[in-house]
Design a protein around this ligand. Structure first.
Ligand code: FES
Ligand code: FES
Length: 154
């Protein structure tokens, strides 16, 4: 079935199998390997992408449901060769270990900061509660995100 969707600012008009998830479409059709598939059951958040600015588990959404919508993946965050401030902070604060959760976590944080540039630590924790990280204990990712928030405040 044909869908027309915008992914990282580029319009795609493509046929997709009716049973494909949005994650299948992004990975298999568009080659966006930053979309990570862990549980494929809506539990881990590693497959998080932004759909019209909202963080969504792309393993649970059908590709057909992306018709007419705007999708953003981690590949769309850097601009003109520059990392997004959140990506930059995750690198600087060593908030990435195995990296499997990182794209989803950064996208969830981006969705929050786009709506609320000055969240509290509790609001950040709440925004990340769907993103499971087995490596970092969330300490470094929180420091990284808070550094971006503090920079915006100053
Ligand atoms: S792979 Fe989608 S929530 Fe785990
Ligand atoms: S860095 Fe390994 S799961 Fe988060």
């Amino acid at each position: 079935m044909e869908i027309r969707t915008t992914v990282n600012g580029k319009v795609h008009k493509v046929d997709v199998p009716a049973n494909w998830s949005l994650a299948d479409f992004l990975k298999q059709k568009l080659g966006l390997i930053g979309v990570k598939l862990g549980c494929e059951a809506g539990e881990c958040g590693s497959c998080t992408v932004l759909v019209n600015g909202e963080p969504i588990n792309s393993c649970l959404m059908l590709a057909l449901e992306a018709d007419g919508k705007e999708i953003e993946t981690i590949e769309g965050m850097s601009k003109n060769g520059e990392l997004h401030p959140l990506q930059d902070a995750f690198v600087k604060y060593s908030a990435i270990q195995c990296g499997f959760c990182t794209p989803g976590m950064i996208l969830s944080a981006k969705a929050l900061l786009d709506k609320n540039p000055s969240p509290t630590e509790d609001e950040i924790r709440a925004a990340l509660e769907g993103n499971i990280c087995r490596c970092t204990g969330y300490v470094k990712p929180m420091e990284a995100i808070m550094s971006v928030v503090k920079r915006k405040r100053s």
